[in-house]
Design a protein around this ligand. Structure first.
Ligand code: HEM
Ligand SMILES: *[C@@H]1O[C@H](CO)[C@@H](O)[C@H](O)[C@H]1NC(C)=O
Ligand SMILES: *[C@@H]1O[C@H](CO)[C@@H](O)[C@H](O)[C@H]1NC(C)=O
Length: 539
């Protein structure tokens, strides 16, 4: 048998990797010579290829560099440049310029251009999907038009595997949360029968993963000049999953479109997100957005936005809660959340409604505190400079077209000017503030109540940016907040959760902080635990 090993092919392979790397580097280095010299860099040392090496080191030092930049420059009202392992440095503005940032129109600073680049939208989804904005409209509607769905969340939680026995069992935290979130979302996104179809749900999830993974490969590894050739090739997995999902979705979309055209809407059928996307497409001036393929791809966009951030948020929140050890004699934070949840539920006939979920101030506070304390992205609110001639910052420097500007979110969230004891995790810091204000207010004092709502998880501000702020702030946050509060409340009502000795370490890559995916927690079903009735009324 001749050996399969061929040194020549091996060599060619190495050479081509080398070529690609050289091409990537040269294109990327060229792209940052245009950054204004008047803006200082963080992380550059006196060495050969200092900027390139700073970019590479950024993978490990991202957060330290951001803290350094924040303390040295932001606090002084100056912008700074941070290296980025993707070899595309970004400019971070001081807080004194954040009002300016959020006020700029989209043709000056564009959020869409940033998203489109992150998602490699030209390659992984049909053209016009992002610009149609259908996914944004719909995320906003997701909550306001939907009831609380407490039963759905409860049933999803009851399916935590292995938890039937009544003994302590260990469950894979991140996997369990993913399953609960997907199951809870399913009915909101598409109505029966599709929302019960496990094959379809799995495909939809894989499609969203494929988009995320292929997009990063195309964006980071393929140089711009080669994108028209390699973009579509690397996007093939997305096409494959889109094709498989479309075999389920397109017939449904087509039949619903026909009904709209005949003005024969099905009054009795509950409205799902897919229907909202279709309606939005039909009320948009551009007829091309009515293509079933764009409608289907928009639903994939909502899926991506709705699953991953939500899951990371709840896993961070649970890890923070379970590893928080209050001073001796104080009850654990989970006991407080449990007490609040049972009290709220008891005063609402044991039914979750939007109004009753809104009263879960402690659950709300704990999640908000984790969004602050374990900030997912050290940099955020990124906007791309659009005008050919660049844009002049309020501090005078002119930044060229194509560069990204944003805010050092993580450092802002840990600034004592906004949060006393910023490096302490205090689950009820916001609900305590809220309770204080509400206690001061009399029933006629609407002002105080309004002020108190500033401490809610969904309230964004210049110093609270997990959802960004301003016009492009996450439109799905109201839905996410309701789902996660319900999830947390139902979880502690139905299970005992064992505390963790210490907080499992997060994974930090560049400026991204994600929880460790492999952690298991110990749970035991409470005696009142299991919802016996079947999923009635789940249409
Ligand atoms: C806790 C969970 C979530 C977090 C932390 C989060 C965070 C964010 C952030 C940081 C942005 C970018 C804002 C900007 O660039 O200024 C965003 C945008 C967006 N999010 Fe969320 N999100 C969450 C859940 C959701 C959910 C559940 C949905 C859908 C139902 C959703 C839909 C969207 C959409 C459509 C956009 C684009 C908005 C636009 O371009 O104007 N998100 N989200
Ligand atoms: C910088 O790095 C982060 C995380 O690694 C990435 O999400 C972001 O898109 C990068 N920025 C640019 C301009 O490539
Ligand atoms: C837990 O689930 C995650 C996926 O969510 C997986 O990556 C990890 O390997 C799982 N851990 C264990 C111990 O099964």
């Amino acid at each position: 048998m001749p050996s399969l090993y061929d040194p020549i092919i091996h060599l060619l392979f190495l050479v081509s990797i080398g070529l690609v790397t050289a091409a990537v580097l040269s294109f990327r280095i060229a792209s940052y010579v245009y950054l204004p010299d008047s803006i200082p860099w963080v992380g550059c040392q006196k060495e050969l290829f200092s900027k390139l090496r700073a970019n590479i080191r950024e993978q490990k030092q991202g957060l330290e560099l951001l803290d350094e930049g924040y303390n040295t420059y932001s606090k002084d009202g100056k912008p700074f440049i941070t290296p980025n392992v993707t070899l595309r440095p970004e400019i971070l503005l001081p807080l004194s310029q954040s009002s300016w940032l959020f006020k700029q129109p989209d043709d000056i600073l564009s959020a869409r251009a940033v998203q489109s680049s992150i998602l490699a939208a030209n390659y992984v989804v049909p053209r016009q999907t992002l610009e149609s904005d259908l996914h944004v409209e719909v995320a906003r509607i997701a909550l306001t038009q939907q009831p609380a769905h407490g039963r759905r969340v409860r049933l999803a939680i009851d399916e935590i595997p292995g938890s039937d026995a009544g003994d302590w069992t260990d469950v894979n935290l991140s996997r369990a949360m993913l399953a609960i979130i997907m199951r809870s979302n399913a009915r909101v996104f598409v109505r029966l029968p599709l929302c019960r179809d496990k094959t379809y749900l799995t495909l939809a999830y894989r499609h969203s993963m494929a988009i995320a993974i292929c997009a990063s490969i195309i964006r980071v590894l393929v140089p711009n000049v080669l994108k028209p050739i390699f973009g579509p090739i690397f996007a093939l997995p997305c096409r494959w999953y889109a094709w498989r999902c479309n075999r389920y979705l397109i017939p449904i979309i087509k039949s619903r479109c026909v009904k709209i055209q005949l003005s024969k809407t099905d009054e009795a059928a509950p409205i799902d997100l897919l229907q909202h996307i279709i309606s939005a497409a039909y009320s948009s001036p551009s007829e091309s957005y009515r293509s079933p393929y764009i409608i289907s791809a928009s639903s994939a966009m909502v899926n991506i936005a709705a699953i991953h951030n939500t899951r990371i948020t709840i896993v961070h929140a649970l890890l923070d809660l379970l590893s928080y050890h209050p001073p001796a004699t104080s009850p654990s934070p989970l006991e407080y959340i449990h007490g609040e949840a049972s009290a709220v539920l008891a005063s609402h006939n044991n039914i979750w409604t939007r109004a009753s979920v809104a009263q879960l101030h402690r659950a709300d506070s704990a999640i908000r505190e984790s969004l602050r304390y374990s900030t997912m992205g050290g940099r955020s609110s990124m906007r791309q400079i659009m005008p050919d001639s660049g844009v002049q910052l309020p501090s005078g420097e002119t930044v060229p077209q194509g560069v990204w500007v944003g805010l050092p979110t993580g450092a802002i969230h840990h600034d004592a000017a906004f949060y006393p004891e910023p490096d302490a995790y205090r689950p009820f810091r916001f609900s305590d503030e809220r309770a204080k204000l509400l206690a001061e207010s009399s029933s006629s004092d609407g002002q105080k109540a309004l002020e108190a709502s500033r401490f809610a998880m969904t309230a964004t501000s210049h110093a609270f940016l997990p959802f960004s702020h301003g016009r492009h702030a996450c439109p799905g946050r109201f839905y996410a907040a309701q789902l996660l509060k319900l999830l947390l409340a139902e979880l502690v009502l139905r299970y005992d959760l064992r505390e963790l000795e210490e907080r499992p370490k997060n994974r930090v890559i560049s400026d991204l902080t994600v929880p460790p995916w492999e952690v298991s927690i110990w749970v035991r079903r409470r005696s009142n635990g299991k919802e016996k009735e079947e999923a009635e009324g789940e249409r």
